[in-house]
Design a protein around this ligand. Structure first.
Ligand code: PLP
Length: 401
């Protein structure tokens, strides 16, 4: 990364891609409301519809199944509602099952009454408990009928990078007529993902995680089955589902970023995997008791969530920032303050260890130099800690209980 800073917080937001900047500047220079019938308006409309086609092509969907929003949070607020018109049922969803490690943008269940929202447990590696899901779906269908359950489950976790078994989940849901809403924010353009991966449901993502601008996102439906009640009403844009004049430049930037990110996806993931191994080996060399979370589960190649026991995340974050290294502790979206991670809590991580958790996330511009700068800064923090508190166990040593 540029200058003296080392940016390792790509899961919080990624630097803008050149392709997105170019597309946005071109769109910003063109006057016109996409709803206006004159030439200027038609030009803006063409930009929006071109972007819709690009997003659809990138995710194996039909353009009419793509809706633009102002980001993932808005998408979740729109989709998580009991009031959804759908093929084969006019009943509202009775219950929402939400993964316990979902991002705050999803976790509360939004337009569902709180008493109709249940948490889906995850195991010690952060993977959804499939047996629990199967059993609970059976009970709910017995009580409320087929098709009565909506499930919100992310494709990959923002803190740990743990990837959920979507094919198995979709199979379970199909057997009971349940529908999946998938937060694909961290997975899109990082792992292979198509609209069909969500069965009959929908996925959503945010532009800024993949090198597009902040404040724009998209929902992609797998088919024509679902019509959630609109969240924003007004001029009827986005086929009456999301009123408000379109953010033409943002939408153009999002589509350009997505196309570019998907074209590099494999190469960036392969390099990310090597960098992930490098940082995790470095951490283990530094401290024999270093903990990396979620290692027994499939993980994104770009994410390492770890703890050096005894070193508080706040202390390490400040030390790293002073040393020129930007990482995160838990979810940056709720930060400014460092709150305890509900993700690690759901995984059964003890509060003291969770309080030491840091997240390093890499991206297309990250190389070995950035990883080594981070390890070096952590080493300095660790040495200062050891000086004050005595050394932690070194490699080859075992701590006596
Ligand atoms: N879901 C996940 C997994 C995220 O990581 C984030 C942001 O960090 C969001 C949802 C919310 O995205 P936005 O703030 O762009 O609406």
């Amino acid at each position: 990364m540029s200058g003296t800073r080392t940016y390792l917080d790509w899961n919080a937001t990624a630097p803008l891609r050149a392709e997105a900047r170019t597309a946005m500047l071109a769109a910003l220079d063109a006057v016109g409301n996409a709803s206006s019938p004159h030439r200027e308006g038609r030009r803006a409309r063409a930009l929006v519809e071109g972007a819709r086609e690009q997003v659809a092509a990138s995710l194996g969907a039909e353009p009419r199944h793509v809706y633009f929003t102002c980001g993932a949070t808005e998408a979740a607020n729109w989709l998580l509602t009991p009031k959804v018109q759908r093929a084969g049922s006019s009943n509202p969803f009775a219950v929402l099952l939400v993964g316990a490690s979902e991002h705050a943008a999803v976790l509360q269940g939004h337009r569902f009454p709180a008493e109709n929202v249940e948490r889906l447990p995850v195991d010690g590696n952060g993977v959804i408990e499939l047996c629990w899901l199967e059993r609970r779906l059976g009970e709910l269908v017995a009580g409320h009928g087929r098709g009565s359950v909506l499930v919100a489950l992310q494709a990959a976790n923002n803190e740990t990078g743990v990837v959920q078994p979507l094919p198995e989940v979709v199979e379970l849901l199909a057997a009971t007529g349940a529908v999946l809403i998938c937060d694909a924010v961290q997975a899109v353009a990082r792992v292979p993902l198509a609209a069909q991966a969500v069965g009959t449901g929908a996925l959503f993502f945010s532009g800024h995680k993949l090198g597009g601008p902040q404040g724009v996102g998209a929902v992609v439906f797998a088919g024509d089955e679902l019509w959630p009640e609109p969240l924003l009403r007004g001029g009827g844009q986005e086929r009456r589902q999301r009123s408000g004049s379109e953010n033409v430049a943002g939408i153009a930037g999002l589509a350009a970023a997505l196309t570019a990110a998907i074209s590099e996806q494999e190469a960036v993931a392969a390099r990310g995997r090597r960098l992930q191994a490098r940082i995790e080996a470095g951490l283990r060399r530094m401290r024999a008791d270093a903990v990396v979370f979620g290692t027994a589960a499939p993980r994104l190649a770009n994410t390492t969530c770890f703890a050096l026991p005894g070193i508080a995340a706040e202390t390490a974050l400040i030390g790293l920032d002073l040393a020129g290294v930007a990482v995160s502790s838990g979810s940056a979206c709720s930060s400014g303050k460092v709150a305890r991670s509900h993700v690690l809590e759901a995984m059964g991580v003890a509060p003291a260890l969770a309080g030491a958790a840091l997240r390093v996330s890499s991206g297309r511009a990250t190389g070995e130099a950035e990883i080594d700068a981070c390890l070096l800064a952590l080493r300095t923090i660790e040495q200062a800690h050891a000086k004050r508190n005595g050394p932690g166990p070194q490699v080859g040593e075992r701590k006596v209980a």
